[in-house]
Write a protein of this length. Structure first.
Length: 238
């Protein structure tokens, strides 16, 4: 038997079983409908005319503030649900005073279910999400999460998801599910390395707090970058 402390390993047979037997998402979505009152909304002037990039679980938002300065032709919205980090993120927005950067304390799940408009996101960054290593919690991993069809609906055709983690299994699972279940095109997968789409060359010490910590400790980090095809099977949204 594997000791509890070891991280899970990538197991395609289990993933296939999960995908085949995933329960209805209705109950979950009904719960989040109740949460809609508090759902973060993206202001209209962030939706157009500039393309929108979203960061989910942004911590205090340092990475997206820097990216907003580097990309004044894009609008960047960072979401963070933790109370303390979310407050710091909101304060960072005020202090930065940038027209194209907004940090919001709130839950990305209710934001996406409530309706970030269809085809409105050019990029989604998910950097170092909680890996939910316990088997019984695996439905919380982003690629298995009931919110995923909403996220893909909000992504524009050709739009990207950039995911990084220190947990190899997490990135391997996301790669497998996004390619097989959702038909996304995998542009890059494996250990993190500089690439025009991941901005790593601009942040050699790490893009985020978690990434900096892992790199400082010499711990390998992994990533997957996927693209929504122009033609996507509509059944994935049901
Ligand atoms: C491990 S931390 C990584 C923070 C940052 N991305 C970094 O790399 O330093 C994961 C973050 O995701 C946030 N988070 C988890 N689920 C979320 C959700 N549904 N909506 C918004 N933030 C979420 C957590 O509160 C936490 O701050």
């Amino acid at each position: 038997m594997r000791p509890q402390s070891l991280p899970p390993t990538f197991n395609p047979s289990r993933i296939e079983w999960d995908l085949k037997h995933s329960p209805s998402h209705q109950q979950y979505e009904d719960f989040f409908k109740e949460e809609f009152r508090k759902a973060p909304t993206i202001p209209n002037d962030f939706l157009k005319p500039q393309s929108l990039w979203l960061e989910i679980g942004a911590g205090t938002g340092q990475f997206f503030e820097s990216m907003a300065r580097l990309h004044p032709d894009k609008n960047l919205v960072a979401l963070e649900r933790d109370r303390m980090r979310g407050k710091r993120l909101a304060r960072r927005t005020e202090e930065a005073g940038l027209k194209n950067f907004l940090g919001i304390r709130g839950n990305a799940i209710s934001a996406l279910i409530k309706g970030v408009p269809q085809n409105s996101l050019e990029r989604v960054y998910i950097l170092y999400p909680c890996p939910w290593p316990k088997n019984s919690h695996r439905k919380h991993r982003w690629h298995f999460h009931p919110v995923m069809p909403h996220l893909l609906n909000a992504l524009e055709p050709g739009g990207l998801i950039i995911l990084a983690s220190d947990q190899k299994f997490y990135v391997e699972e996301a790669h497998y599910v996004w390619e097989k279940q959702y038909g996304l095109e995998v542009l890059k997968a494996g250990e993190i390395s500089a690439h025009p789409l991941n901005a790593l060359e601009l942040f050699p010490g790490g893009r985020t707090k978690f990434e900096r910590t892992f790199l400082d400790q010499g711990q390998p980090c992994y990533e997957v970058i996927v693209k929504k095809p122009v033609l996507i099977d509509p059944s994935i949204f049901t």
